[in-house]
Design a protein around this ligand. Structure first.
Ligand SMILES: [Zn+2]
Length: 336
């Protein structure tokens, strides 16, 4: 009997892996093509990215590149119609612990998908030709026939740009309350979507993602449909491990220029802030309690995922400690 090992996408242990992936992930993430090791390394990736940067349709200028399967079932860089986005360990960055970034994003996405049950982009870890690990995620803005979805991020839906709100426009021009209002304006099934959004905001707080800014939320509508809804969750990371203090607990305030008495006393968001925020976005208290219960009952599962993840031992310890600390915060209630 072969030894059990973990799937590079869902982290589940099984002895039924093909090239590091379980059958479910081969189907979900790779559309039934068993992926091989990448045929290039990070150095070649960087050169390719430079070559293709003018033609690429992924927004942003981060260290990422589009991939597609070629006729021999190799995942290769492509300027057009790439179904995947590859994000290796970044290079030009002032951040700390760079080598843990791919595993951190992978773990955070799995927590969103499997523990918080949020619609989340499919993702996994892949190996470069030299064995170095990178993060890979499947694009969600195409249907199975290759038709592009109509997708807009919240910054663009709010018409905020560097020229209207300065270079930090994606952090400075709104708050999470403003995002909820936007959902109410654009989404027909907004009650469900606002609840989904609340859960995403709480998750970002719990995993210490300080980068859930306006471009990290988007609405999309499928081809031939006018119905807008939130896209799957994407770009999740415990940013605290890579960028030191001084960086806000969250990318946006829950409610700009408003602080609950508890916040004023302790200096960070606690139970009272999320409950007040929920009230303003008209999320019933019973739904809030249900989401808090899910968060409170998540710790064992989070622990297992963290231990099983590709993070270094230091990063695992940090991830778990921040999660526990944040969980403590959201349960903090001032006793009168
Ligand atoms: Zn799997």
């Amino acid at each position: 009997m072969p030894l059990k090992s973990k799937c590079y996408a869902c982290l589940k242990e099984t002895n039924n892996l093909k090239n590091n992936y379980c059958p479910k992930c081969i189907s979900e993430l790779f559309d039934k093509t068993v992926p091989k090791k990448l045929t290039f390394d990070r150095k070649e990736f960087i050169n390719k990215r430079a070559e293709m940067s003018d033609k690429m349709s992924i927004s942003g200028v981060q260290d990422k590149i589009s991939l597609a399967f070629d006729s021999s079932k190799n995942l290769i860089p492509t300027a057009k119609n790439g179904k995947y986005i590859l994000k290796p360990i970044p290079i030009h960055d002032n951040a700390l612990n760079l080598e843990d970034i791919p595993a951190n994003e992978h773990l955070s996405m799995l927590i969103s998908k499997e523990i918080f049950k949020i619609n989340t982009a499919h993702c996994g870890i892949v190996e470069f030709s030299d064995g170095e690990l990178a993060y890979i995620t499947k694009r969600f803005d195409y249907d199975s026939d290759g038709k592009k979805y109509d997708q807009e991020d919240f910054a663009s839906l709010m018409n905020t740009t560097p020229s209207t709100h300065g270079k930090d426009y994606k952090y400075d021009s709104s708050d999470y309350l403003g995002c909820s209002r936007l959902i109410k304006n654009f989404v027909a099934s907004h009650k469900i979507t606002v609840e989904d959004f609340f859960k995403r905001v709480l998750l970002n707080y719990l995993i210490a993602n300080g980068d859930a800014h306006l471009k990290n939320f988007s609405l999309y509508s499928k081809p031939n449909s006018n119905e807008y809804t939130l896209t799957p969750n994407y770009d999740l990371l415990n940013t605290r491990y890579h960028i030191n203090e001084k960086y806000g607990d969250m990318a946006l305030s829950l409610i700009e220029d408003y602080y609950t008495p508890t916040f004023e006393a302790v200096g960070y968001y606690t139970y009272a802030d999320f409950v007040y925020f929920a009230k303003l976005i008209e999320l019933p208290q019973i739904r809030v309690e249900k989401i808090f219960k899910l968060a409170n009952e998540s710790l064992d599962k989070i622990e297992k995922k963290v231990i099983n993840s590709f993070l270094s031992d230091n990063a695992k310890e940090f991830y778990l400690n921040t999660y526990k600390q944040r969980l403590g915060r959201i349960n903090y209630i001032v006793k009168k």
